[in-house]
Design a protein around this ligand. Structure first.
Ligand SMILES: [Zn+2]
Length: 110
């Protein structure tokens, strides 16, 4: 997982963007994130779009240790609770017309 640090003001972004929302800078340096963070909030979705073969799914916003916020699917073992420690893994988030789409999925940190 990568973050993108503005070369002008130092603000870290995820995902990558063309223009820094803090200073308007347009140059970024790629930075490796360690993948661990804290769950800020989440939503449980029951009516899922085609290509997701599950009856329900949790989507969360995770504040990474580096301070940047990432939204992604959650796949924790027990109950989802805000404030829990999570880590990013990569996996299949959706299958469309037989093609697997990969993305980040947050799981329990320990
Ligand atoms: Zn900036």
């Amino acid at each position: 997982m990568f973050g993108y640090r503005c070369k002008k003001c130092g603000k870290l972004h995820h995902p990558a963007r063309l223009v820094c929302d803090k200073c308007g800078g347009r140059e970024f340096a790629e930075e490796v994130l360690d993948g661990e963070g804290t769950l800020l909030t989440y939503t449980r979705v029951y009516n899922l779009p085609a290509g997701i073969d599950k009856s329900q799914l949790d989507f969360g916003i995770v504040e990474m240790r580096e301070g940047v916020r990432v939204s992604a699917q959650l796949d924790v073992k027990g109950e989802v609770e805000t404030g829990m420690k999570l880590k990013a893994t990569e996996g299949v988030v959706r299958v469309m017309n037989g093609v697997e789409h990969r993305g980040f999925i947050f799981v329990d940190a320990d």
